[in-house]
Ligand binder design. Structure first.
Ligand code: T3D
Length: 264
């Protein structure tokens, strides 16, 4: 696929998916979602990718749905079918991110609004630049949160803050986002690129299979009973205990050296 609105490259085990509409703060379009889906599929199939980073080019992370697409309609001139647009684009994109069996980091370099905030929330870890801002912009337009915002945000910040953000549309700066647990870390804007690369490469060197299994277990545990979760842990642990990375982890501990995990 010839990417026009994203770029995707792999460096040192990290897949970098970059939204590339900087003059529109990387607002999402139908095309951008399809390109992102394709890149996410590539990351999933590539054993050399052990961490995925989602980042925006320029001063924005992602300003949500491109609002001109609502008024201009589709490329062929037909009006935008909103439900179908969500089902075939953003819903699949969010699901693909959440289900990636590797760590996913949102590098929130700037504003994350509406479906752009959902995109950041779908990641496992959020590293924010001090320049980042966060808003559930939907209510400002008379819409409900979408792209998983109603499911993801309360799980990250709790019911009360999620509801407040969603019905006020208030803008949070990076420090406030850190305070309420919306992001994991904030670094000054000038240190952000280096800190993000270091974080991503650290996660790419981690035991990928165990991370994938942990993601699945914790997500399932939110809807399962304790006894069901205990059983799933037993099955997953038996599988991982036979993995090369477990052998390496134990060997490195006994040898008093740093482990060299391969992700297998
Ligand atoms: O069918 C469906 O898909 C429904 C799904 C809906 C999902 C949604 O995401 S709804 C929410 C859509 N997003 C918004 O409502 C956010 C709109 N943007 C803003 O409120 C502000 O731009 C920000 C608070 C995000 C940032 O403000 P600021 O002052 O830093 O930047 P700006 O000057 O407003 O924006 C810079 C440019 O980006 C500007 O273009 P220009 O005038 O320089 O040519 C602006 O129009 C453009 N831009 C920003 N956001 C969008 C956008 N263009 C199109 N769509 C946008 N969402």
């Amino acid at each position: 696929m010839n990417y026009q609105e994203i770029s995707y490259e792999v460096t040192n085990g990290v897949g970098w998916m970059r939204l590339t509409r900087p003059d529109k703060l990387n607002a999402l379009t139908t095309r951008m979602a399809q390109e992102a889906l394709e890149a996410l599929g590539r990351a999933r199939e590539d054993e050399g990718v052990r961490c995925l980073v989602i980042i925006g080019e320029g001063r924005g992370f992602c300003a949500g749905q491109d609002l001109t697409e609502f008024t201009a309609g589709m490329e062929d001139g037909s009006p935008l079918d909103v439900a179908q647009h969500l089902r075939s684009g953003y819903n699949r994109m969010i699901t693909a991110i959440v289900e990636l069996p590797m760590p996913v980091i949102a590098g929130v370099n700037g504003v994350a609004a509406g479906a752009g905030l959902s995109l950041a929330l779908a990641a496992d870890l959020r590293l924010a630049s001090g320049a980042a801002r966060f808003l559930q912009a939907f209510i400002r337009l008379g819409l409900v949160p979408d792209s998983g915002g109603n499911w993801l945000l309360p799980r990250v910040v709790g019911f009360a803050k999620a509801l407040e953000m969603s019905i006020t549309g208030d803008v949070l700066d990076a420090d406030e986002a850190l305070r309420i647990g919306l992001v994991n870390r904030v670094v000054p804007a000038e240190e952000f690129p280096a800190a993000l690369t270091e974080y991503a490469e650290r996660m790419a060197a981690a035991p990928t299979r165990a991370i994938g299994a942990t993601k699945a277990l914790i997500a399932e545990a939110l809807r399962l009973s304790l006894s069901e979760t205990l059983e799933r842990e037993a099955v997953a642990q038996a599988d991982l205990a036979a993995s090369p990375d477990f052998g390496e982890g134990v060997g490195a501990f006994l040898d008093k050296r740093e482990p060299r995990f391969t992700g297998r």
